[in-house]
Every structure is written in C-alpha cells, then in structure tokens.
Design a binder for this molecule. Structure first.
Ligand code: IMP
Length: 513
C-alpha cells in the first residue's frame, strides 16, 4: 500500500487542478477513481450534466445511487468541499432527496456548495423531454428522461431559470411564466391525456402540476420551488468568486459526468447529451480555464465499451440484435426472464456473449436501469476522444478484471465504410473505404463496420495483483498496442471495485516482458 501511495503522490506531484473524465459513453467507473484520488483534493467540483448521471456508492455495505451529487460527496466528513458547478442543470427535488438520503446515513452535507449560476430543471423540462421522445417514435434519442436536454436548450434559448432565481421568488415567478408561455407552443399540440399521463409520474409529484384547463399549474410549481429554495439556500454561493479565491491555493479535483462520445460538440451527434464533457467543456463548467489544468485523466473501460440509449456503436457485440434488444428491454430482470442463461463469456453467438459480459460486468444503468449495450474497445473513437477539446491526457483503464477468462479480445483499429457516397468537407467517402478518422455523425457511423485486431486473452484472476510486472503478458501486449497506436500513456489500472484493487503505473519504466 505504501508503494501505491508513493506512486500516486508522484503522479499528482505539484498538481493543483486534476480532471477525471470519461473518454467513452459514460459509466466507466469514475466513482472509484474519484475515491482513490479524493484524499489528495480539497475541493471536488462536478462541472456539468444533471440527474442523468448515476453512480452507486457503497456505505456500510449498502448501495446508494446518486445522480446530481458528485461521488466525492462521501468525503464531506473529511472536510472536502463539494461544489455543483455553474455548468450543471439541477433538479432541486431530486437533489434534496439525495441530500436527505445522505443525512439519514449520518452525513451533514455541510461542505456542499451549489453554484448560483447552474440552470434549473423544471417539471416542464421533464415533461418536454419525455414528450419529445414519445413523439419521435423510432427517431428517439433514448434520453434518461430527466429534463436535462430541455433545461440546457432553454439556457441557450435565453428562457432558462437559474439556481439563483430560487432566492428571489418574484423573479422566479415572472421568469417561469415567460418560460411556460413558450412551452405552450409545444404542449398545446399534444393530446391532453398523454400530458396528464406523463405528469402523473412520481418524480413529477404525481400529477400535481397538471391542469385540465391550462395544461400546467404554474402556482403549484412556484409553491414547490420556493420550498426547495428555502431548503437549498444555505448551499448556494457565488461560484465564480469562490473559484477565484481558491485557484492556486487549494487542490481542485474535477469530477466528470457522461463521456466525451456523448458531448454535444464532439460526440456521436445527434445521439448525445446536451452538455460538453470534453476537458474544455468541464473546465468552463467549473469556472476555470485550460491553463489551470495540471493533469487530465481520461477513463476508458479495460478493453471494452458500453453505451445506453440509442445511437451508433460500431463495435457492439451482437450488433443490431443487441441494439434492438437493449432498446426495448427495461431492466435486468426482464433480460433474465427472456434470456435466462447462464451463458459463457466465450459463447460463439456474439449476442449471447454480450449478455454474459454484461452480467459479469454488471452493466445496467444506475439511472434508468436499462441494460447497457456492450462492445469491444474502439481505437478509432478513442483517438477522436483524445484529440477533442483535450490536453496531454493520460489514460485510466477500469474494470480490467472483467475480461479475465475471455479467450479472444478484439480491438477495433479502423472501420470499413459500407454506406452510400458521403461528402465530408472536401472528402468523399465511398463504400468499401477504410476509415480511421470518421465524421462524427450518426448517418455515417451507422454504416461503419469494425476492423479488428484480435489478441489472445488471459485466464488468471488479476484482481489481487499489486504490481504491473505480475500482470499477464497477454494484457501487457494489448496495453502496449494501445500505447503504440495512440501515444497516450496509461497511468492507472483498476482491477476490481475496491480502492485497493488499483495500480498506479509508470508505464515507461515498467517491465514489459
Ligand atoms: P440525456 O442526457 O438524458 O439527454 O440523454 C442523452 C443520451 O445520453 C442518452 O443516450 C443517454 O442514455 C445518455 N446518457 C446521459 N447521461 C448518461 C450517463 O451518465 N451515462 C451514460 N449515458 C448517459
């Protein structure tokens, strides 16, 4: 353990701002990495996203799921400050529920701070999110239905409300009235029964906001949001001033949410979220600048990927079969009922192999409960992720233990394009073309077939290994291949869910053979 701490210290040496973010489609195990790094930090900031995120924290062996609070919140007891940054969208109802849950476990949350500038998620955003998905049928995005997209959209449309408005009831009411006036353009065209049905869900206060005459009960929203304001007021601060006062003095850890491939700017558009979880997006959401960042840690799953919701996924194991199954399957119980198994992680049918890997890796959404689509590591997309809004990123590989026992591990090195002629700027892509740098649009990626390099896997359990030199040669070969392709150094390997199942490596001086 001492050696581990020493290596961690040398990785973080002199750093004042460290960023932890996902380079894939989210769910890469940031919580565990934050847990390992948080003893170093004074301030942990969640810069972006909202309750669409979901991370499971184990307290006294009991799993608790958080959506808006950063995983660093359990360090509140150690005096760490947790800040919900200006780039976030906040649903006060679900945030208060999370705070109450923590308090019931003996946490005071006294070091929690919320940026006054974060945007508010309103019940009408949740309604809009779900209506848009419902009305778009097969064209749906597969959102988490938490109102995140509409809240960000309203910010850009200049009709959004901020956390600060909770402190000024009259301002809140007049902004809300203006906002809802605009929403009526959408709501008025929709069957009232559908609106009533959506508004009757528990996270929308069981129909309280539905009005048969005016569609929305504005006064009921005001009543609830004023009460939320009274509960949250002690946490709300001028985040920009707070950051200015602390930058260079305190050690700041930025905790990402979602992943680069879900970025509104760099992701697989339009199947993306509405924030920008790139390094530059996170830095902006936290109120920092790129030059403040000392270490950028990009997380990927160890030789795997997952995705929830719709959208292209070229390396999906089981391809279209997996995609259409996951799109309809609500949770793991339903999956178990339809495919009881057990199936081998080496099953010759890729669809069933995918189910086996999903079960082994416990890949089910913490927010939506949906089964996550499972695929092989895609170096084409990873290269894109490393080039987009980033700076000297270093790699963290998580969940490496999951692949122990898989006989053949595929790594995608390029695509074969099999679609209609597609112009991208001055370039013309034709069917049969090999592609290593694709346009990040779903109409193109949907026609990309993966070209794999296959590696023999390893069989031994790696979760108890403490030194890189003890790792199976097969694992080292894949890591070396990734480095040769991307020229990005791996610095942390996670081989199990517990903090001690982590290796900090000095890749260049480690023994390779
Ligand atoms: P939204 O963020 O709810 O608008 O959803 C847009 C897309 O991002 C959907 O495909 C979601 O499944 C995906 N998404 C949003 N948040 C997360 C996350 O924390 N992990 C994984 N996928 C996410």
């Amino acid at each position: 353990m001492d050696e581990f701490i020493d290596k961690l210290k040398s990785l973080l040496f002199m750093a004042k701002v460290v960023v932890v973010r996902c380079l894939q489609w989210g769910d890469t195990g940031k919580g565990k990495v934050i847990d390992v790094l948080s003893p170093w930090a004074d301030i942990i900031i969640r810069p972006l996203g909202g309750p669409n995120a979901g991370h499971t924290i184990y307290l006294n062996g009991k799993p608790m799921i958080f959506h808006s609070l950063p995983s660093g919140i359990i360090k509140d007891r150690d005096g760490k400050i947790n800040l919900l940054g200006s780039g976030m969208v906040i649903d006060p109802k679900s945030l208060i529920e999370e705070i109450e849950l923590l308090k019931s476990q003996g946490f005071s949350c006294e070091n929690l701070k919320i940026s006054q500038k974060a945007n508010l998620i309103l019940p009408t955003h949740i309604l809009e999110d779900r209506l848009r998905e419902y009305l778009s049928g097969n064209g749906k995005i597969g959102t988490t239905g938490k109102g995140v997209g509409p809240a960000y959209t309203d910010h850009v449309a200049r009709t959004g409300l901020t956390v600060n408005d909770l402190l000024n009831p009259q301002v809140f009411r007049s902004k809300l009235l203006r906002n809802i006036e605009q929403k009526m353009l959408l709501f008025k065209g929709v069957d009232l029964k559908i609106i009533e049905q959506v508004l009757s869900s528990s996270d929308l206060n069981l129909g309280k906001y539905f009005s048969p005459d005016n569609i929305i009960n504005v006064e009921d929203i005001c009543e609830d949001y004023f009460a939320y304001g009274r509960t949250l007021e002690k946490f709300i601060i001028d985040a920009e001033k707070f950051i200015r006062e602390n930058i260079g003095k305190k050690r700041i850890l930025l905790e990402g949410a979602q992943g680069l491939l879900l970025s509104i700017n760099y992701g697989t558009y339009p199947f993306v979220t509405c924030s920008d979880p790139s390094l530059e997006g996170m830095v902006k959401g936290a109120g920092l600048s790129m030059s403040d960042v000392d270490l950028d840690l990009g997380i990927i799953k160890g030789f795997m990927e997952t995705r929830v919701g719709e959208g292209p996924f070229p390396t999906e194991i089981g391809d279209i079969h997996s995609r259409s199954f996951c799109s309809k399957c609500p949770n793991k119980e339903d999956e178990k009922f339809r495919y009881p198994g057990p199936y081998s992680i080496n099953h010759p049918d890729p669809f069933l192999q995918g189910i086996a890997l999903r079960r082994k890796a416990k890949e089910y959404g913490a927010t939506t409960k949906r089964p996550r689509r499972v695929g092989w590591l895609d170096l084409v997309l990873l290269k894109h992720a490393l080039q987009s809004g980033a700076k000297d990123t270093k790699l963290v590989l998580t969940k490496l233990d999951v692949l122990s026992g898989v006989k053949t591990i595929n790594v995608c090195v390029e695509y074969k394009y099999v679609g209609p002629d597609y112009r991208y700027g001055q370039k013309l892509f034709k069917t049969g073309d090999r592609v290593s740098s694709p346009p990040m649009y779903s109409e193109f990626l949907a026609y990309c077939e993966p070209v794999y390099k296959s590696f023999p896997g390893w069989s031994k359990d790696i979760s108890k290994l403490k030194n890189y030199s003890d790792m199976p040669q097969q694992l080292k070969n894949i890591l070396e291949f990734i480095y040769q392709n991307l020229k990005t150094e791996p610095v942390i390997l996670s081989v199990g869910p517990n903090p001690e199942e982590t290796l900090v490596i000095d890749f260049f001086s480690e023994e390779k053979i």
